[in-house]
Design a protein. Sequence first.
Length: 114
Amino acid sequence: MSDGYRAIAKNIDISAQKVRLVVDLVRGKPVVEALDMLKFVPNRSAKPVYKLVRSAMINAEENFGISRNNLVVDRIFADESRTLRRGRAGARGRYKPWLRRSSHITVVLKELAG
């Protein structure tokens, strides 16, 4: 058994705060159950999280011969990435910034003991 089966998605154009809402739903769940749950979550950030968990699962299956029924989402987190800074003029001569935030998502799957 290894340290875990990892997949990373970088520069996803959704803020880390919004991604964390979805990520917290699947932490600690079996992979098959997590993927079923993510299909029906209405948040926009559910799609990249679904693709990432599925990618990690397929990597574990293909590269290490682990059955998908024995995998659990051990660690999953979203970190802040670069912020694109734009802006425009606001009322009374002020500057109104637009902060286009993005995030990095990391998932680590672990094999169930037994």
